[in-house]
Design a protein around this ligand. Structure first.
Ligand SMILES: Cc1cc2nc3c(=O)[nH]c(=O)nc-3n(C[C@H](O)[C@H](O)[C@H](O)COP(=O)(O)O)c2cc1C
Length: 179
């Protein structure tokens, strides 16, 4: 099982959560870490290289801070350009089939705010539906997400615990069974 973490943070130098997760990921030589904004500071994505990277892994996790209930721009651009017809979907597009895809996100909003009665009105499961739907569309298996919320009230202890929990999540998470 080869795991690829695609980290997308436009200002990792000012990040607390994603930077801590990234620092921990780098200690695990069996996990491939790929930072999109570092690889493509000019925003021009090498599609063939990205497709090769996906083909070489079984499990892909998109790690990013939640931006306007969505992904940072470069990750959306990555999806738009890498998940091509004839490669990821369409008659001959089967390169992503059977691979597992999931998300690991940080949010300013608290867990309580990501509830139907909370300020953000929708759960993170609902907000991540585009990733889930995309996964199914390209023949993949969707992994339950990992999240750290309420980051403005984050103690060093909770950040350290989340980092440990994140690695465990990466190593143990199993695809959701479609109903
Ligand atoms: C442009 C922008 C949009 C954001 N949108 C959201 C959002 O929709 N929901 C939310 O909970 N937090 C939102 N945030 C807060 C970030 O998710 C938060 O700062 C980030 O997860 C912290 O992680 P870091 O320490 O790795 O930067 C937004 C931040 C920025 C800069």
């Amino acid at each position: 099982m080869k795991t690829l973490i695609i980290v997308t943070h436009p200002s990792i130098e000012t990040s607390r959560v994603n930077a801590a997760w990234l620092q921990e990921l780098r200690k695990h030589s069996d996990i491939t870490v790929h930072e999109l904004y570092t690889a493509y500071p000019d925003g021009h994505i090498d599609v063939a290289k990205e497709q090769q990277l996906i083909e070489a892994h079984d499990r892909i996790i998109f790690q990013y801070p939640l931006y306007w209930y969505s992904t940072p721009t470069l990750l959306k651009k990555w999806m738009d350009s890498v998940l091509q017809y004839g490669w990821a979907y369409g008659p001959d597009g089967s390169k992503t089939a059977g691979k597992a895809f999931g998300a690991a996100i940080s949010t300013y909003g608290s867990e309580a705010s990501y509830q139907p009665t909370g300020a953000n009105r929708y759960t993170l499961e609902e907000i991540l539906r585009p990733i889930e739907a995309t996964t199914h569309f390209i023949g993949g298996q969707y992994l339950p997400h990992f999240a750290l919320s309420d980051v403005s009230n984050l103690t060093d202890e909770r950040l350290a615990q989340s980092t440990t929990d994140y690695i465990r999540h990466i190593r143990t998470v199993e695809p959701l069974v479609a109903v």
